[in-house]
Design a protein around this ligand. Structure first.
Ligand code: FES
Ligand code: FES
Length: 176
């Protein structure tokens, strides 16, 4: 299996949030979201915060297009309810660059043109970022395993696999 975090119900909910707003950090900034028990994090990111990098694919936790980092771990934001996020840290694909510099995964996907329509790409890039943080020198098997829950409907997976390998090289070069 990949590095998917457990479902929100499996994680302890810190803080025991109350009130009509949920406070959390998104891409390093504190935000407050309306506490709607039915609202997914994906919808809140896209509609309430205007962060449209994470994509709506299946809405059922199957495609990975909506992958974001929650507390540094990759999760499918369509499966996370806003009310479960009090005090947690969310990073979306928009939050991966530092000081205007794309991160190694972003650079590698761009360099190798590892996309066609690009719909799956933010999720792939976020997933790759999480993989490389945990496993800086991944084997091909590690890469396949990490990406097995991220579906691409139009681009050859071979280019995506190469891009993840290239991202690992770039990340190691950055580490110096
Ligand atoms: S939209 Fe979330 S997994 Fe497909
Ligand atoms: S590039 Fe189109 S879905 Fe992956």
């Amino acid at each position: 299996m990949g590095t998917e975090a457990g479902s929100p119900a499996e994680r302890s909910a810190p803080g025991g949030a109350t009130g009509s707003r949920v406070r959390l950090s998104v891409n390093g900034k504190e935000v407050k979201l309306a506490r709607d028990p039915d609202r997914s994090l994906l919808e809140a990111l896209r509609v309430e915060l205007g962060l449209t990098g994470a994509k709506y694919g299946c809405g059922e936790g199957e495609c990975g297009a909506c992958t974001i980092l929650l507390g540094g771990r990759p999760v499918r934001s369509c499966q996370v309810r806003v009310g479960e996020l009090e005090g947690l840290e969310v990073t979306t694909v928009e939050g991966l660059a530092r000081d205007g510099h794309l991160n190694p995964a972003q650079r590698a996907f761009a360099e190798l043109g590892a996309f066609q329509c690009g719909y799956c790409t933010p999720g792939m890039v976020v997933r790759t970022t999480a993989l490389l943080r945990a496993t800086p020198d991944p084997s091909e098997e590690d890469i396949r395993e990490a990406l097995e829950g991220n579906v691409c409907r139009c681009c050859g997976y071979s280019r995506i696999l190469r891009a993840v390998g290239r991202a690992a090289e770039l990340a190691r070069e950055e580490e110096g």
